[in-house]
Design a protein around this ligand. Structure first.
Ligand SMILES: Nc1ncnc2c1ncn2[C@@H]1O[C@H](COP(=O)(O)OP(=O)(O)OP(=O)(O)O)[C@@H](O)[C@H]1O
Ligand SMILES: [Mg+2]
Length: 259
């Protein structure tokens, strides 16, 4: 299920503004990769290119290739909607559909893809996804209640269940814990740790301890100044990024001496 992502010579633009320059990176299947770096260096922008979400903004475009197990999903004729079913996304703020029931929230992505499924199959998928998101026991007796009635941490796990339900190969998460308390953060981190058995996970985080706890590999992005493009500075095993970085800028950033 899980797939490798290889990025080749990727430039990311908003109109004429080059936001992220010349990224080359190989993201392993069944692993967690963390993106770290100062605000504005292009982490979210780059992450959104990994499921073709970037280009939904007017004028936003990319040059280069992103290969999912060897297939360039920026190639001619590739449907971005198909890419997004293979590469799911979880956002910074939990964004369940507030009036929709917990059950329908889990199924929302599946229904968007126009998949017709029987009630029995839907029930099974809801349970499987909620179990996968470590939320089943907390919500199994109130599946028909609105998603907005859950705590922030539960809502974020509901969004993860919604992403899993589509059965993607890759899950992208942009600061998934930034709106959560420490207990919910640990619950989501435990979940990320379990997800990598099945999925390729990429997470953007400002929390160094979190990157150190959950990721196998870490990519450090940096920016030379306002108006300059963000760049990938160093990509290595998380332990070496934190204990033995190869670049001075990485060392300054991870040790908090930045700026
Ligand atoms: N919709 C947009 N239109 C134009 N420029 C944008 C847009 N979104 C982001 N940018 C610019 O692209 C650059 C990278 O922004 P991005 O949000 O990717 O940074 P980031 O590393 O995720 O920062 P943060 O840590 O604050 O979330 C910034 O200069 C930002 O101003
Ligand atoms: Mg961001």
């Amino acid at each position: 299920m899980s797939k490798r992502i290889d990025v080749k010579d990727l430039n990311v633009y908003y109109g004429n503004f080059l936001a992220v320059e010349d990224v080359n990176i190989n993201i392993q299947a069944k692993s967690v990769t963390a993106f770290i770096g100062p605000s504005g260096c292009g982490k979210s922008t780059f992450l959104r290119t990994l499921n073709r979400m970037h280009e939904v903004l007017p004028g936003a475009r990319v040059e280069g290739e992103v290969l999912l197990d060897g297939n360039n999903f920026y190639g001619p004729g590739v449907d971005p909607v198909t890419v997004r079913t293979q590469v799911g996304m979880v956002f910074q703020r939990p964004n369940p559909f507030p009036t929709m029931s917990i059950r329908d929230n889990v199924l929302a992505g599946v229904k968007l893809n126009n998949k017709k499924i029987s009630k029995g199959a839907a029930d099974a998928l809801v349970e499987k996804s909620l179990v996968g998101a470590n939320l089943w026991n907390e919500v199994k007796d109130r599946l028909d209640k609105p998603g907005s009635g859950l705590s922030g941490g539960q809502q974020q796990r509901l969004c993860i269940a919604r992403a899993i339900a589509v059965e993607p190969q890759v899950i992208l998460m942009d600061e998934p814990c930034s709106a959560l308390d420490p207990i919910s953060t640990l619950a989501v981190e435990d979940l990320i740790n379990e997800l990598k058995d099945q999925y390729t996970v990429v997470i953007v985080t400002h929390n160094m301890q979190q990157a150190a706890r959950v990721s196998d590999k870490t990519a450090f992005f940096n920016i030379a100044g306002t108006g300059k493009p963000g760049k990938l500075i160093e990509f290595a095993d998380t332990t070496s990024i934190f204990n033995n970085p190869g670049q001075k800028a990485t060392e300054d950033y991870v040790s908090g001496r930045f700026g």
